[in-house]
Write a new protein. Structure first.
Length: 150
């Protein structure tokens, strides 16, 4: 049941722009699935869906893995979305285009870098907490290579 609902959610967001959980809930009900807002919220987290800014200027849910597949991998996400990368002690601060931080952060998390202990994303800023100042410097250098900043 859950896997079927998850497949339906992925199909819905691939076919049409879905801006809110309520919209997604209504589309699922139209497809014959019973769910609550709490269920949708858990599904979004489990599926690692992120909101990204579409070409029409509206936010929509996308799969973090689908975003990575549509562009030329991790490097493509970074190159298209990241404006700057700096470190402050053991924190790496990544500035992105407005609305892109969640997608970039999901891509960063998928790297499974041992340098970063955890990440958090806002609308256009990501903080990556590193194990040490040296690890932050290493992570900055690694990420800047994706931007062709040597």
């Amino acid at each position: 049941m859950k896997s079927g609902r998850h497949e339906e959610i992925l199909a819905i967001i691939a076919e049409q722009p879905i801006e809110t959980q309520e919209e997604l809930l209504n589309k699922l009900k139209e497809a014959g699935y019973k769910a609550t807002q709490a269920t949708i919220s858990r599904d979004i987290k489990e599926l690692r869906l992120v909101k990204t800014l579409g070409s029409d200027g509206k936010y929509r849910y996308v799969s973090a893995s689908a975003t990575a597949e549509q562009r030329p991998g991790f490097a493509g996400i970074f190159y298209a979305s990241v404006l700057s990368i700096e470190n402050a002690q053991n924190i790496v601060v990544i500035k992105t285009l407005s609305g892109a931080a969640n997608a970039v952060c999901a891509a960063l998390d998928s790297m499974e870098s041992s340098a970063a202990v955890g990440t958090i994303a806002g609308d256009d800023t990501i903080f990556a907490a590193c194990r040490s100042s040296e690890a932050a410097l290493d992570l900055c250098a690694e990420l800047k290579r994706y931007l062709n900043h040597n």
